[in-house]
Design a protein around this ligand. Structure first.
Ligand SMILES: *Cc1c(COP(=O)(O)O)cnc(C)c1O
Length: 402
């Protein structure tokens, strides 16, 4: 819906919604934010209340408190979901979604650009349980129909992939899956749930590492599973069977992060586009993988399915000797080197997507890099990188070019 149409229909924009969703001030002395509930045991005053406990929204710490429920509500509204299940990390959310459909003899279809630990879970744990995983080219589109068989229960996508940034036609794949009665899941971490709503594209479950943009400050671990009505009972029961729950401080902090999600993501988007366009002008850079760039192979699909781009993208530089790469990386002032992304700070790491594929080949043609553009002034980030490239060139000149 366009902003003008929303105004006409009385619907709110996402910025406004995220300032108000999940608040329960009247239940908490007017406090703007739902407080941190530290609770395991919940007491019931009478035998009748105790007998009736299963109908209570709060009955045992592991089953959720107002703190975690406020957060679930916010994620559900953001992702247009019937309900949300929280997990203690992004990987645990992935495991829940993968296990919810697992049984001996089942067949899963998983995109070849998927997050590494998701692939590993399929190949290790699911294989032991008798689930057969087949990886597919993320560009397969409606061609997925030819891969669906009698035993196919789940199709897993990630758009764009968080290493190679290839796009996938979620809309087409979800439509085919629905025709065959197969459930679909998307890892939606890249969009933060703000720039893409997979459930509106027909997908059943949108998984996010809340660790990334939803929390946004590199200080907590969280996973979210935003589900449509068909998937919700399956996912909820699996998470409950596994005894998963999240800490109250983390739930509070993540909801606090979500209040500024649109503000942050728009800034990440602008900064990343500026850096991506600057990298395109550099002689060291062979290619930039960023679906919002018009020349990117995934651009048309991105335009169709996303309303914006976050701060994470890839690029490939010409191969240089390791010491020259180190001279560039070790001297960066503003870019950190480390796992994860989605915080307010910029990151840069070398990557190698090649070993994480089996259905398709990834020909990098040089050294792959992954950049997360934080909320710093983009011009200062560019200066930092510019100096880095100069150190790299100097090291090549003294050490001999590759
Ligand atoms: C980081 C990440 C995850 C895992 O999240 P954790 O909270 O680190 O377990 C899952 N999917 C994608 C795309 C990620 O980048």
């Amino acid at each position: 819906m366009k902003d003008d149409d929303k105004k006409a229909s009385g619907a709110r924009t996402v910025e406004t919604t995220l300032c108000h969703v999940g608040r329960r001030s009247a239940e908490h002395h007017g406090a703007v934010n739902t407080p941190v509930y530290r609770a395991s045991t919940i007491l019931f005053p009478t035998l009748a209340d105790h007998a009736d406990r299963k109908s209570r929204p709060v009955r045992y710490g592991r089953r959720g408190t107002p703190t975690s429920q406020s957060l679930e509500e916010a994620v559900s509204v953001l992702e247009q979901a019937a309900g949300t299940v929280l997990a203690p990390s992004g990987v645990s959310a992935i495991s829940v979604a993968l296990l919810a459909h697992a049984r001996p003899g089942a067949h899963y279809l998983v995109a070849d650009n998927v997050y590494g630990p998701c692939r590993a879970f399929c190949q290790d744990v699911l294989a032991r349980l008798g689930v057969r995983t087949e990886f597919f080219d993320p560009a397969i589109g409606a061609g997925i129909a030819a891969r669906i068989g009698e035993r196919t229960r789940l199709i897993w996508m990630e758009a764009p992939g968080s290493q190679t940034f290839e796009m996938t036609d979620m809309r087409a794949i979800a439509a085919v899956a629905r025709d065959h009665g197969v459930m679909t899941v998307v890892d939606n971490t890249w969009s933060g749930g703000l720039f893409c709503q997979p459930l509106a594209l027909g997908v059943d479950v949108s998984v996010q590492a809340g660790t990334k943009y939803l929390s946004g400050h590199s200080d907590l671990m969280m996973g979210t599973l935003a589900c449509d009505q068909a998937a919700l009972p399956l996912i909820r029961d699996m998470a409950a069977s596994m005894g998963l729950c999240v800490g109250p401080d983390d739930a509070f902090m993540m909801l606090r992060g979500m209040r500024t999600l649109p503000l942050r993501l728009n800034q990440h988007q602008a900064g990343a586009l500026k850096l991506a366009n600057w990298l395109l002008t550099r002689p060291e850079v062979i290619r930039v993988m960023h679906p919002a760039l018009p020349q990117d192979p995934g651009h048309a699909l991105w335009q169709d399915q996303f309303s914006g781009a976050s701060g994470l993208f890839g690029f490939v530089i010409r191969d240089v000797p390791r010491p020259a790469l180190a001279a560039m990386m070790d001297g960066l002032d503003l870019f950190g080197m480390g796992a994860s992304w989605g915080g307010y700070e910029s990151l840069l790491i070398p990557t190698d997507p090649r070993p994480h594929r089996s259905a398709t080949e990834w020909a990098a043609g040089g050294q792959s890099m992954r950049m997360h553009v934080g909320l710093e002034n983009p011009d200062e980030l560019i200066d930092d990188l510019d100096r880095g490239f100069a150190r790299m060139a100097a090291a090549c000149a003294t050490g001999g070019a590759a």
